[in-house]
Design a protein around this ligand. Structure first.
Ligand SMILES: [Zn+2]
Length: 173
């Protein structure tokens, strides 16, 4: 069954965070829907070489470690390093071409490890542009790619409009 999420298209580690979102006050999780894991992996060109349950368990572990890092939570470094410890990025020159290969100690860990490794790349290049939607009731994350870094909401149409309507109400209360 195809699942409709409120925000897609963000870089891998943030898109992993966006597999959970708030819907009518309840937290939804894409991976609770059978078959959705396969869709998500395919969308990110990630292989599925292990059973769903194991792959999902490690993805959820990586997701919460990533959330801890971007939220500045206590214990975040230990959590993300525990995920990263299960794989390496190997650099080689093959037939004159730079080649990167990834090795993980368990194929079920690869998608989660890859998301965590990509978070480190993001922290290296755009750390100041990793943002959470400014709506306190929204748990979505995005990379702010606007020129002046002015994006505040995951979506102007939903969270942005709600904030505008609330300011209007506050002024007229
Ligand atoms: Zn939002």
């Amino acid at each position: 069954m195809a699942i409709t999420r409120p925000l897609t298209g963000e870089p891998l580690p943030l898109d992993l965070l966006n597999t959970t979102w708030m819907e009518q006050g309840a937290r939804r999780d894409m991976f609770d829907t059978p078959g959705a894991l396969g869709d998500w992996l395919a969308a990110h060109d990630l292989p599925q070489d292990a059973p769903d349950a194991e792959t999902t368990a490690f993805l959820v572990e990586a997701r919460e470690a990533i959330r801890a890092v971007v939220s500045g939570a206590e214990g975040a470094e230990a959590a993300i390093n525990a995920v990263l410890a299960h794989g390496v990025r190997r650099l080689r020159l093959v037939d004159g071409r730079p080649t990167i290969t990834y090795e993980v100690d368990d194929p079920a860990r690869f998608p989660g490890w890859r998301a965590a490794a990509t978070l480190l790349d993001l922290l290296d290049t755009r750390p100041d542009r990793i943002r959470k939607c400014a709506n306190p009731n929204c748990i979505l994350w995005y990379l702010d790619t606007t020129r002046n870094g002015s994006r505040r909401w995951h979506s102007m149409e939903t969270c942005g409009n709600r904030a505008k309507a609330k300011r209007f109400q506050d002024r007229h209360a």
